[in-house]
Design a protein around this ligand. Structure first.
Ligand code: 5GP
Length: 216
């Protein structure tokens, strides 16, 4: 392999149960690896403070989203918390063609669709240290009622089931270590040498020692 121009980029899909902290891990990883680019999704939710259209998301209304779905613009799309989210084919092709790797930070239903559609994609699942820690993190915000927290935990447990089709699993305990782990996966896949990865981040290996909903 010679030079960035001759290689195609790899789409890396990163998902996690809600509350695991994947946005923070992904943002930091993106600042540390110049060859890695953020895949900008479309969404019908409103921008949060500080978010910019065309940078964080392409913000569209529901009709625009429906039209995009109807025209086959999306590689995957899903509803999450009452809003629509989708990754367009066009947001992927140019960077990949130019040899840039992409980070798709998406929820699990969308990840499952990417799994079906793209053999070139690699799948990384982040886990909280345990479900108990996830609950503590959700409670730690101090803003949500018990009911809201219970609903979010139930959602997280459902999302957790998707781990079965992910290639790599990273337990997000210490932020810096999780970022390093994600970059290690990216680097090894890029280099085409993944022999070490399965011993460290292979799904079966990590899950064997993880405190899931029944443990922890
Ligand atoms: P938020 O509204 O907090 O930015 O995102 C809500 C959820 O939607 C997160 O889990 C985020 O990863 C996910 N998400 C963001 N973009 C996409 C997308 O293009 N497709 C799918 N399926 N999920 C997305």
């Amino acid at each position: 392999m010679s030079g960035a121009a001759s290689r195609r980029g790899i789409p890396f899909v990163v998902s996690a149960p809600s509350g695991t902290g994947k946005t923070t891990v992904c943002r930091l990883a993106l600042t540390r690896d110049e060859g890695l680019e953020f895949s900008i999704s479309h969404t019908t939710r409103k921008p949060r403070e500080g978010e910019r259209n065309g940078v964080d998301y392409h913000f569209v209304d529901e009709e625009q989203f429906r039209d995009l779905v109807a025209s086959g613009a999306f590689l995957e799309h899903a509803e999450y918390a009452g809003r629509c989210y989708g990754t367009s084919w066009s947001s992927l092709e140019a960077p990949l063609e130019a040899g840039r790797d992409l980070l798709l930070e998406i929820e699990v239903q969308g990840a499952a669709q990417v799994r079906e559609a793209r053999a070139d994609a690699r799948f990384v699942f982040l886990l909280p240290p345990s479900m108990r820690v996830l609950e503590q993190r959700l409670r730690g915000r101090g803003t949500d009622s018990d009911e809201v927290i219970a609903a979010r935990l139930a959602l997280a447990e459902r999302e957790l089931e998707a781990v079965r089709f992910f290639d790599y699993v990273i337990v997000n305990d210490l932020l810096e270590e999780s970022v390093a782990a994600l970059l290690e996966v990216v680097g090894a896949e890029r280099a085409g040498d993944t022999r070490e990865l399965s011993a460290r981040y292979g799904r079966e290996t990590v899950l064997a020692s993880w405190q899931g909903p029944q443990g922890g």
